[in-house]
Ligand binder design. Structure first.
Ligand SMILES: NC(=O)c1ccc[n+]([C@@H]2O[C@H](COP(=O)([O-])OP(=O)(O)OC[C@H]3O[C@@H](n4cnc5c(N)ncnc54)[C@H](OP(=O)(O)O)[C@@H]3O)[C@@H](O)[C@H]2O)c1
Length: 284
């Protein structure tokens, strides 16, 4: 029986390249994408290159936690195990906007949606026997700050701080998973994919758009950007044994330079994320 990998944001950039890499490695795929049209187009593109791949998809918008919880329930009704969860989807906002509960929208998509998805699917990943959860973060975690993360309608936020908060939360969540799942056969990793020429920044306007245009010629391809995710998903267990919770860059462990990476904050983020998910679900 093939291994099964769930990938968010599998219709573009690093996520699509990761899905293709996993198809090549013989994985069955579940693509979590926010539009049916994009999911079908990705599925066709992957099948054109790897026709024997079993590809399923689930529709969910990570900014809408309720749709993600529903997607997780649908997945649980069809599968009894998942071997890899690759929380890849994400974006940097071009302006600050809040959900009706007051959470910054990119923080919800980049962290809370993935938190809800993953925690709902923990029984399936634990059933793998050798499950791995891979969270695509960013070097921009350096701009993140825990004290800001759950402040509601925070008008002092800017786009760099908001993106940094989500990406730091990915790393804290990874460490929280490693701590909580230590006795289960599940590993968790976070990573920086590199500076990748993808659709990332396609929403930018003004100066940000100008800057990303200047950087384009120096960016790596999505295929190169997918290499660390693919390494962490597919490498022999012996190569990552004892490294659960770590942050990777270029397929190697890298130290995270953020003063908020403390055990106290790892636990706090977990608790606050649980509370926020429950709050959002109750407000449905
Ligand atoms: N590109 C870089 O230089 C860079 C650097 C560091 C980290 N990263 C991280 O790498 C990951 C992949 O980014 P990328 O470069 O491949 O960018 P991309 O081409 O823009 O792909 C991002 C993916 O995320 C999906 N997504 C965004 N918001 C979503 C939502 N609310 N619900 C569901 N899916 C959503 C997008 O779907 P749609 O097509 O529907 O928008 C798309 O599939 C992100 O987590 C990003 O933060 C990228």
């Amino acid at each position: 029986m093939n291994k099964i990998a769930l990938i968010t944001g599998a219709n573009s950039g690093v996520g699509l390249a990761t899905a293709k890499g996993l198809a090549k490695a013989g994985y069955d795929l579940i693509l979590l994408v926010r539009s049916k049209q994009k999911a079908e187009s990705s599925k066709n593109e992957i099948l054109a290159a790897f026709p024997n791949t079993k590809i399923d998809f689930e529709i969910g918008d990570l900014e809408d936690v309720n749709s993600i919880v529903k997607a997780a329930e649908n997945i649980k009704s069809r599968y009894s195990k998942i071997d890899r969860i690759i929380n890849n989807a994400g974006y940097s906002p071009d302006s600050i906007a809040f959900t009706k509960e007051g959470y910054e929208k990119s923080f919800v998509a980049n962290h809370l949606g993935h938190f809800a998805l993953t925690t709902n699917l923990l029984p399936l990943i634990a059933a793998s026997g050798e499950g791995r959860i891979i969270n695509v973060s960013s070097g921009a975690n350096a701009f993140g700050n825990v004290a800001r993360m759950f402040q509601k309608n925070n008008t002092t936020l800017n786009t760099m701080k908001a993106y940094g908060d989500g990406k730091l939360a990915n790393i804290l969540f990874t460490k929280g998973l490693a701590a909580k799942l230590g006795k289960k056969p599940v590993l968790s990793f976070s990573l920086h994919p590199g500076v990748v020429n993808s659709n990332f920044g396609a929403n930018f306007t003004g100066f940000s758009k100008f800057m990303i245009g200047l950087m384009k010629p120096f960016m790596i391809t999505p295929e190169k950007g997918a290499m660390t995710s693919l390494f962490l998903a597919t490498t022999e267990l012996s190569n990552v044994h004892g490294l659960s919770g770590q942050y990777f860059d270029k397929s190697k462990v890298k130290a995270v330079n953020n003063k908020d990476l403390t055990d106290e904050y790892i636990e706090l983020i977990w608790q606050k994320s649980e509370e926020a998910v429950i709050e959002i679900m109750k407000a449905q």
